[in-house]
Design a protein around this ligand. Structure first.
Ligand code: CA
Length: 240
């Protein structure tokens, strides 16, 4: 069986296997991730995905759950059963929150709901790869002396602690884990609230405003940028 399409790029290659049966989406995802600097392997169905994963080393899998030959969830479960621990990010329909939960229970590491912006997918992938490399288990440092301890959920600027509510911390953690990348309001709301519960986007704006105010007491430069009509971006670079 041949790999349907194989893109290889650049030097320090992180390889991502994309499993998606819709040809246009598959090729646009392939292009998008290639553009983001990843080497990309593409599979249009479960059989090809299984074959590729077992024959080519990959660092992460983007897995659509609705595949023509086999249910994506079954594929994921069989990988986990065989001890394949590679990070898997599943793609689900927005309305399909129960499948999303099943997916996470079956061993998916994260999910993105369709339709999505490629930037959002790239941000989730960055975060997953970071996690997989075992960095950022606890404290991550950013520009301007900002430090976030994800374990104890505390935030510092230099020696000064910024005291945040639980909700504020969750929002900051979401933004900072995708430092430099755009996070859409929809994806942030989804992360912060229960499932598909309708949320007022004003709440998000209020939370962002409060975070900005708290940082502004210590820092003169903005920490969270508004990308008009699109969402927010944590503007500090992460120190590797
Ligand atoms: Ca599908």
């Amino acid at each position: 069986m041949a790999v349907w399409l194989l893109y290889l790029s650049k030097i320090e290659t992180v390889r991502i296997l994309i499993v998606e049966d819709e040809p246009r989406l598959l090729s646009s995802l392939g292009d998008g991730l290639k553009h983001a600097g990843y080497a990309v392997l593409l599979a249009p169905d479960a059989a090809e995905a299984d074959f590729t994963l077992k024959n080519y080393p990959c660092d992460l899998v983007v897995l659509d759950l609705g595949l023509p030959d086999r249910d994506g969830l079954e594929v994921l479960k069989s990988w986990r059963k065989q001890g394949i621990e590679i990070p898997v990010l599943i793609l689900t329909a927005r309305s399909d929150w129960n499948r999303r939960v099943e997916g996470l229970e079956a061993g998916a590491d994260d999910y993105v709901t369709k339709p999505f912006h490629i930037e959002e997918l790239v941000a989730r992938i960055h975060a997953l790869l970071r996690r997989a490399r075992g960095r950022s288990q606890n404290t991550t440092e950013y520009d301007l002396g900002v430090r976030i301890d994800f374990g104890s959920r505390r935030v510092f600027v230099g020696a000064t602690e910024i005291s945040l509510t639980s909700f504020e911390f969750n929002l900051l953690a979401e933004l900072a884990s995708a430092a430099g990348d755009l996070r859409s309001k929809t994806s942030l709301s989804e992360r912060l609230y229960d499932r598909d519960e309708d949320t007022d986007s004003n709440v998000l704006e209020v939370l962002v405003g409060r975070l900005r105010k708290k940082f502004a007491v210590v820092l003169s430069e903005p920490v969270i940028e508004t990308v008009r009509g699109a969402g927010y971006r944590f503007s500090l670079r992460e120190h590797v």
